[in-house]
Design a protein around this ligand. Structure first.
Ligand code: MN
Length: 283
C-alpha cells in the first residue's frame, strides 16, 4: 500500500511551532504516513523544530513549493533565474534538514497566471535549472518530482505528456508529480496521463474538482485509482484540499482559495484517508 499523505493546509496556514505541532500530531493521529509542508520561503522554516516534531510523532514528510515573480527560473532574465536557483537551493537544504524524503511542486515555474506563452530562452532556463536542481536534490538524498499544474498556474507545461518531455530534456533523474485537480482541467481523462507516467510517477496529489471533500465533486476517482493500481505505483499519495477556513498568507491567494469548502479539518482529513485507502486497496 502506498504511503498516504496529508497537506499541511488541511490544518494550518502558518508554520509556527504551535501550528506545526497541531498539524503534525493531527496528521499522525488520523493515520497518515506523511505530511506535506509548503516551504514557499524556505528561510522562514524552523527545520530543527519541524524535524523534532516529525520524529516525536513517527511521521514522514514531503516539502513543496512554487516560485514567484522574483525567483521564476522560466524567466528570460538571468538575474531572476539566479535568484530562483538560490530559492531552490534553500528549499533543498530545508527539506534535507527537516528530514523530508520528497521535494515536489512547481519548482520549474512561477506559480500563477502568465499573460503570454513561455519563450524559447525561458524554456532553456527551465531545463538547465531542473538538471541543476536534480543534482542538488540527489546529493541531499531527496526524491525530486515536478508537478503538472493547469494553465492558470504555469505556462511551462500543463499535461503529463509535456512534463515527461521536459524531464527527458533535462536528462536527469526526476519524477512526474500528478494532481487530480489539475488533470481534471487539462487532460483527456484520468487513465491516460497515469499510464503515460508508468515507472516515472514520483508523487501524486489527490484533490477534488473544487478542492474540497473527496467524492463531492466531478472527478472520476474510480478511474484514477484504478490506473494508479494498474501501473504498480508505490509512491506517496497525498490529499490536498483548500478552504477559506485555513489561510496561508501567500499560497491561498496564489491558488485562488476564495470559497469556504469545509471548516472541520479533522473530519475532512479522516474522510479523505478512508476514501484513498479504500480505493488503493481495491483489486
Ligand atoms: Mn497539487
Amino acid at each position: 500500500m502506498n504511503p498516504l499523505g496529508c497537506h499541511a493546509l488541511v490544518w494550518v496556514g502558518d508554520w509556527s511551532e504551535r501550528s506545526a505541532r497541531y498539524a503534525i500530531e493531527s496528521t499522525a493521529q488520523v493515520g497518515y504516513d506523511l505530511i506535506e509542508v509548503p516551504i514557499l520561503d524556505p528561510s522562514t522554516v524552523d527545520t530543527a523544530m519541524t524535524r523534532r516534531l516529525l520524529e516525536d510523532n513517527g511521521l514522514g514528510s514531503a516539502c513543496s513549493l512554487g516560485l514567484d515573480d522574483t525567483t521564476d527560473v522560466s524567466s528570460e532574465d538571468p538575474a531572476i533565474v539566479a535568484a530562483g536557483r538560490d530559492r531552490l537551493a534553500a528549499a533543498v537544504e530545508a527539506a534535507h534538514d527537516m528530514g523530508a524524503a520528497h521535494l515536489v511542486g512547481v519548482l520549474y515555474s512561477k506559480l500563477g497566471k502568465y499573460p503570454r506563452p513561455i519563450t524559447a530562452t525561458g524554456r532553456g532556463h527551465v531545463t538547465e535549472s531542473m538538471a541543476w536542481l536534480a543534482k542538488q536534490a540527489g546529493d541531499a538524498g531527496l526524491s525530486l518530482s515536478l508537478e503538472v499544474v493547469n494553465r492558470y498556474e504555469t505556462n511551462v507545461v500543463n499535461t503529463a505528456a509535456d512534463m515527461l518531455t521536459l524531464i527527458d530534456e533535462t536528462g536527469a533523474n526526476i519524477g512526474a508529480h500528478l494532481d487530480s485537480y489539475h488533470m481534471n482541467i487539462e487532460e483527456n481523462g484520468f487513465v491516460e496521463p497515469v499510464q503515460q507516467t508508468a515507472g516515472r510517477l514520483g508523487y501524486l496529489h489527490i484533490g477534488e474538482s473544487h478542492r474540497g471533500y473527496l467524492g463531492t465533486g466531478t472527478i472520476d476517482f474510480d478511474a484514477l485509482f484504478g490506473a494508479v493500481r494498474d501501473i504498480g505505483y508505490t509512491g506517496p499519495v497525498t490529499f490536498e484540499s483548500f478552504s477559506s477556513a485555513v489561510v496561508h498568507p501567500d499560497l491561498s491567494n496564489t491558488l485562488a482559495v476564495w470559497r469556504n469548502l469545509w471548516d472541520d479539518s479533522r473530519n475532512l482529513a479522516e474522510t479523505a484517508f478512508a476514501f484513498m485507502a479504500e480505493r488503493l486497496a481495491r483489486r
